[in-house]
Design a binder for this molecule. Sequence first.
Ligand code: SF4
Ligand code: SF4
Length: 356
Amino acid sequence: MRYRRLGSTGLMVSEISFGTIPVLQGSVPVLPDYFNLTDHEAVAVMDHAFRLGCNLYDTAIVPEYGDAEKKLGKFAASINREKIIISDKARFFDGNEMYMAVLASCENLGTWPDIYFVHQADPAHEEEIFGKGGALDALCQLKQEGRIHFAGLASHYYDILLRGAGDGRVDVLQGSGNLLERGMLDRIQQEPSFRRKGLFINKVFAAGMLPRFFPVETLIKTVLSYPVSSALIGIGSIEQADQAMGWDTWNPKVFVPDFDQVVSVLEKDFLPIACNRCQRCRCPYGTEIHTIFRQYNYYYLGKDYWALRKLNMGIEHSAFMCRACTDMPCMSMCPAKIRIPDMIELADRLVNAHCP
Ligand code: SF4
Ligand code: SF4
């Protein structure tokens, strides 16, 4: 295992870190695959990763990741707590709620979280999070009280991460990306303000779907070729830990494919929308274009039920607006020159075919 500096925190984190979603037990239907592990089994998998050199474990407050937070606490108690870094999070945007959430997490873990993130920060809650008395102020207060060591901001939105990169209260950022959805990583690479912060990247396997098309080492090496601190991989078994963290067994000649090469591989299976999720396009009528294209591609990558359910929550309206849109301002913003309204129509047809 190799280690990287975590922004200006003074910490060194393993390049590959442990995402705890797969160890949860219970029913969390919106999440990707998990393995229903007992406490004992979960601790054994986390311990195996530790022996492979992993020192960073990421979780979320109960019940966002089921009981994973409590299991991570049990693992921390079974080893020297100081030897691992616990990254935790909660989807609360108001300062008081975030403060209470961190206290609840400390109780669930039975120890302190090193880093605590505002989870899934989105444009609808941006002002609340960054504003006076918001979640970031609460994390700063918790830092001063010594209950956490560092404050984090996790988001799927480039603009929110960029704002976090320029905010002195934020120590660590968490975003998503992989060799297909790499547009945000490309932009982060070009933006100097990100260099001051630690950065974790999740969705490296696109919710577990990309290993069907690309070797695991290719997926991980692609993300690590960017200026990130650690690639967060969801791990639910000893085999998965070995696969993700067993550098010794990796092909040293593994190469990082460019975006066109990635699309060519996928085209052997289906015709993807060649959107890298750079998030440069904007729709004045409220359509979140990159999210629709992601769900369309995820349908063919294997998350068909999940993708259809998400698409069905607004695609009809988006397609209707596109048909009435004459100036199509989104088109001139897309560096890939994707015919955005045509692709939205395609996604609408997909939903109509399966959800009449
Ligand atoms: S073409 Fe569609 S997505 Fe693009 S700006 Fe118009 S309504 Fe929005
Ligand atoms: S449609 Fe184009 S501009 Fe919008 S996210 Fe995709 S690649 Fe970027």
